[in-house]
Design a protein. Structure first.
Length: 287
């Protein structure tokens, strides 16, 4: 069979169209390449600018934050001295205001040392660290008021707090009308059961112990008891405890308030407890 050939004109037209298309494609590729190069150039300029800005910031930080050891030591010393001056000034102002407001010296000192128990003695104050492991009551001095001629009153915000009023009695109160006490809004009584005499060391029952116990209980008051101790060693403390148990035996089931120990500072230089140490006082109470 004979080969069918396309006319020469048509073949030229097709080659021309192919060349045009190829030219367009190459032009587009070249244009995209140019655009990509422009993008890279702009990106490079931006990064260079950011790098310069970062370098300037680092230089500024270095210039303002780098100090010699002597400079650091001096700054620390200056700050410490400044803090001391501020603290002293604030403390002086606090003390001055407290005293001007009529607060007693002892209350003022206690406010300055809130983490210590401060006890006034003859010519000085004794400071005792507060044991932080012991549970503390939530009250503050502002929760209570004492008006002239009236009893201490609770004025705090806790509505669940219902204060009770009690009396501490011994033979020194003489004969007591317990019905009158009950009618005077008294809720409980702490009655002294006995004592060890501070000079002779003799154990003795309070002269009004049984009368006061019977009177308070018959009037419907809650009752607790206490013993006035002047023990000077472990043996005497144990002797006092045993003696008190004997005094309380007739009232064992009727005592609803605490059985307490009353420990006080010696009244004179001749008292038996003058030389007793703090540690021994603590042991006496624990026994």
């Amino acid at each position: 069979m004979e080969e069918i050939r396309k006319p020469p004109r048509k073949r030229k037209t097709m080659r021309y169209m192919q060349n045009v298309i190829a030219t367009i494609i190459l032009s587009m590729v070249a244009l995209l390449s140019i655009l990509f190069c422009i993008f890279l150039l702009l990106r490079s300029v931006t990064l260079e600018r950011q790098r310069d800005e970062a370098r300037k910031k680092l230089e500024a930080m270095s210039a303002s934050s780098v100090y010699t050891q002597d400079q650091v030591d001096q700054m620390v010393k200056d700050n410490v001295e400044s803090a001391k001056r501020d603290a002293q000034s604030g403390l002086r102002a606090q003390i001055q205001k407290s005293l001007q407001d009529g607060t007693s010296l002892l209350s003022t000192v206690r406010a300055v040392f809130p983490h210590s128990i401060i006890v006034p003695e003859e010519n000085h104050y004794a400071f005792f660290d507060i044991d932080e492991e012991i549970e503390k009551n939530p009250f503050s001095a502002e929760d209570f008021v004492k008006e002239e001629g009236k009893r201490l009153q609770y004025v705090g915000e806790d509505a669940q707090v219902q204060p009770l009023t009690g009396v501490d009695v011994s033979q020194y109160q003489g004969d007591i009308d317990w019905e009158k006490v009950k009618n005077d809004s008294i809720d409980f009584a702490m009655v002294r059961a006995g004592l060890r005499k501070m000079r002779t060391g003799e154990l003795t029952e309070d002269e009004k112990f049984r009368v006061n116990m019977d009177g308070a209980l018959n009037a419907g008051l809650k009752v607790g008891v206490y013993f006035y101790s002047s023990a000077v060693n472990d043996a005497e403390a144990q002797e006092e405890a045993d003696y008190l148990v004997g005094l309380l035996s007739p009232y064992h089931s009727k005592i609803s308030y605490p059985v307490a120990i009353d420990m006080e500072l010696p009244e004179s230089d001749n008292a038996r407890q003058v030389a007793v140490s703090r540690e021994q006082f603590t042991k006496n109470a624990q026994i």
